[in-house]
Design a protein around this ligand. Structure first.
Ligand SMILES: Cc1cc2nc3c(=O)[nH]c(=O)nc-3n(C[C@H](O)[C@H](O)[C@H](O)COP(=O)(O)OP(=O)(O)OC[C@H]3O[C@@H](n4cnc5c(N)ncnc54)[C@H](O)[C@@H]3O)c2cc1C
Length: 364
């Protein structure tokens, strides 16, 4: 990266800007470094670890299902009882050192817009970057999804989202409603039920439990489902959300004890709890929304990449509406294995794009 001066403004110049230093951003940075491409990696989190650094303390490494190593360096010998936030944070830090990835943090990217001479203008808390291509690897953690239900604002108890969940201890003696049909909801319930006065699980659709292992074929099928949505320009679901809920020992125990008895979602929220159309009600002190996350791509809005369906259509990792933009860890690549592969694929395409520009041939 070098600096160029434009009027009074100092504009940093890089061929490629990578936004985000989670699995997707680091995998991309690894491939950019190997390809010898001029780049910078910007991340607004305080430490290495991507979103993992914010995950709740009781999410130990042993409870993470299927964390894939970054390219070129295995994660070996980690204690399954340690917090995944620490294990993965340390692993990412060691990875950045080993491959000299030099992530700039904390740097918040607020907007990416059309710049001069066909370049991208990347506006950040640490100044402006001018780039020829951008890899967006911002994940979903920064955009927790809160659905809206009638009466929600009247609830006198506490409402929080998985993004703010810090473990079960704060729910001791409370009556807790957990909303959501994914792995996070199940993990929250199994933990909270041990200390709470009462738990209620509500999901929009009946949960699907997956017995037995999760092989490559199932993985491919899940990725294909998400891929198909993204191709249609719809907002992606996470790959993890379409794989079903693993029927492990803890889940079996939760089903047997009734903790995982599920109710359909309530029709409205009241001051003291939730109400169903059949007149039944549950009183609650806390509503925990384990309702997932959306792609954190608001900073790309000036480029108008979104389709009428609300999603950004990608071909592989490349945004269909702008070949300078690649989304890694988005839609079908939103898993640790997917993010790894997508990082390599994005860099191969960007290398070709930059080479084409260099020889001045028209865009393909
Ligand atoms: C609770 C939970 C459990 C999961 N468990 C698994 C699992 O067991 N196995 C699995 O394969 N996958 C799992 N996943 C999915 C997996 O974590 C991610 O898909 C994968 O790690 C890819 O991460 P990422 O790099 O895309 O995103 P992240 O790890 O979220 O990294 C994104 C980075 O971008 C930065 N960023 C965001 N916006 C900006 C901005 N505007 N400016 C600057 N920086 C920005 C953030 O600070 C962050 O460091 C889980 C996800 C969740 C939410």
């Amino acid at each position: 990266m070098n600096n160029a001066t434009r009027d009074a403004d100092t504009v940093n110049v890089a061929d490629v800007v990578v936004v985000g230093a989670g699995q997707a951003g680091l995998s991309s940075a690894y491939h950019l470094t190997r390809a010898g491409l001029d780049h910078v990696v910007l991340d607004h989190a305080p430490r290495p670890g991507g979103a993992w650094q914010f995950r709740w303390p009781s999410l130990t490494y042993g409870r993470v299902h299927g964390m894939h190593a970054l390219p070129g360096m295995e994660l070996v010998g980690a204690d399954p009882l340690r917090r995944s936030s620490e294990v993965i944070g340390e692993y990412f830090a060691a990875y950045e050192d080993r491959f000299d990835l030099r992530v700039r943090r904390p740097v918040d990217v607020s907007a990416v817009r059309e710049g001069d001479g066909g370049r991208l203008r990347v506006e950040t808390s640490a100044g402006v970057w001018s780039a020829r291509a951008l890899i967006n690897a911002t994940g979903t953690w920064d955009r927790p999804f809160w659905p809206r239900y009638p009466g929600q604002e009247t609830f006198r108890g506490r409402q929080l989202h998985t993004a703010n969940y810090a473990g079960p201890q704060e729910f001791a003696g409370a009556r807790v409603i957990v909303v959501g049909g994914g792995t996070s909801a199940v993990q929250h319930l199994l933990e909270i039920a041990d200390v709470a006065a009462e738990t209620t699980w509500v999901t929009r659709r009946p949960p699907v439990f997956r017995d037995g292992g999760f092989g490559e074929a199932e993985g491919r099928a899940a990725v294909a489902l998400v891929d198909e949505r993204v191709r249609r320009g719809l907002p992606p679901q996470s790959v993890v959300s379409v794989t079903g809920l693993p029927l492990n020992e803890a889940v079996r125990a939760g089903l047997a004890s009734g903790v995982l008895d599920r109710r359909p979602v309530f029709d409205r929220i009241t001051a003291t709890g939730a109400l169903w159309a059949d007149g039944s009600r549950v009183d609650a002190d806390v509503i925990l929304w384990a309702t997932g996350f959306r792609a954190a791509v608001d900073h790309l809005a000036p480029l108008r990449l979104r389709e009428p369906g609300g999603g950004i259509r990608v071909e592989g990792t490349r945004a269909v509406r702008d070949e300078r933009i690649h989304l890694v860890g988005y839609g079908p690549s939103a898993s640790t294995i997917g993010a790894n592969r997508a990082g390599g694929a994005a860099v191969r395409e960007i290398r070709r794009l930059l080479a084409r520009e260099r020889v001045g041939s028209p865009a393909a």
